[in-house]
Design a protein around this ligand. Structure first.
Ligand code: IPM
Ligand code: MN
Length: 354
């Protein structure tokens, strides 16, 4: 096959980690005789610097024309402590999600046996945990009406959901559950929020259509506790945008490092594949960032955008082998044995070709 991939490295460690994902993709293409062409575009702070827009029209067009988007991270400390900033790098990410209709964000959490000791949680609690968080990505408070009143002394954000938005994400969740261990947990705050009651009502309507899936419902406060006290309970979790944002950061501690968490965002147009971690500006340019989340996002790209499971597996196996042999960056390495970002990328690429 021949793929056109839009490459949006973004800011901070984004360019370093996506460069390693590119190596993995090229290695897979060589091994399985595919052809790939890359289409670079700006997003985030680097796009603001150049175009005054965090997700310029040109970048949007590059994404639309591509078969998949490989994304790094956006964010810059220049904007973090300036609540008055007119443009922010994060707006680029939100604009991309909205414009590409990326309503389903898939964040799988797995554990690697050789790393369970890295989790701050007890080994026996996390060893074998394996679940998929599905976060609604284009609705809720992130995109609802927001505003400032009283000359800045009052502010509001609206958590609004429409039936079609809830139905389409739940449909994805039931389908994914079906392909896994057929256990779906719908996370909401239906004891307090009207929008959550809508979610729960629609989920209860749909559940009988998936009789093979065991569906349960959990309040988000309880879910945040269960993720830590018993993550093996979960198979597929589905939730709204803001809850999903918070729960997936929390879930990342189960796998031992945020540097391992990959994601896919899919929906109406081109899918986007990106590490869950942010731009980590303190580490930018130091060759210490963990590239595995970006590389695993490339594996998700083969699986979800191209339906090429063997290619995805080849990347995953190479990543596991690199981890098992201790060939990892400082966040995962034993004292004194850390490898650089590029070295880990080279190793994974060569293991793919082995
Ligand atoms: C994420 C990030 C983004 C979000 C930020 C950078 C806007 O935290 O992808 O989880 O809140 O969705
Ligand atoms: Mn987040």
């Amino acid at each position: 096959m021949k793929f056109n991939i839009a490459l949006l490295p973004g800011d901070g460690i984004g360019p370093e980690v996506t460069a390693q994902a590119v190596k993995a993709v090229e290695a897979v293409c060589r091994r399985f005789s595919h052809e790939v062409s890359w289409h670079f575009a700006y997003a985030g702070a680097c796009a603001i610097d150049r175009f005054g827009d965090a997700f310029p029209e040109e970048t949007y067009r590059t994404c639309l024309e591509a078969d998949a988007v490989l994304f790094g991270a956006v964010g810059d400390p220049r904007y973090d402590n300036d609540p008055k900033a007119k443009v922010r790098p994060e707006q680029g990410l939100l604009a991309m999600r909205k414009k590409l209709g990326l309503y389903a964000n898939l964040r799988p959490v797995e554990t690697f046996s050789s790393l369970v000791h890295k989790s701050p949680l007890k080994e026996e609690l996390v060893d074998g945990a394996d679940f998929l968080c599905i976060r609604e990505l284009t609705g809720g408070m992130y995109f609802g009406e927001k505003g400032i009143l009283d000359g800045g002394d009052t502010a509001y954000d609206t958590n609004i959901y429409h039936r079609f938005e809830v139905e389409r994400i739940l449909r994805q969740a039931f389908e994914f559950a079906r392909r896994r261990r057929s256990h779906l947990t719908v996370v909401d705050k239906a004891n307090v929020l009207e929008s959550s009651r809508l979610w729960r009502r629609i989920a209860q309507e749909m559940a009988p259509l998936y009789p093979d899936v065991t569906t349960d419902y959990m309040y988000v406060d309880n879910a945040s506790m269960r993720l830590i006290t018993g993550p093996k309970f979960f198979d597929v979790i589905v939730t709204e945008n803001t809850f999903g944002d918070i729960l997936t950061d929390e879930a990342s501690v189960v796998s031992g490092s945020m540097g391992l968490l990959a994601s896919a965002s899919i929906g109406e147009k081109t899918g986007v594949f990106e590490p869950v971690h942010g731009s980590y500006p303190q580490a930018a340019g130091k060759d210490i960032a963990n590239p595995l989340a970006a590389i695993l996002s490339a594996a998700m790209m083969f699986e979800y955008a191209f339906g090429l499971m063997d290619e995805g597996r080849a990347i995953r196996e190479a990543v596991s082998e690199s981890i098992d042999s201790g060939f990892v960056t400082e966040d995962l390495a034993v004292e004194g044995a850390a490898r650089g970002t590029a070295e880990v990328g080279d190793r994974v690429a060569s293991l793919i070709l082995k």
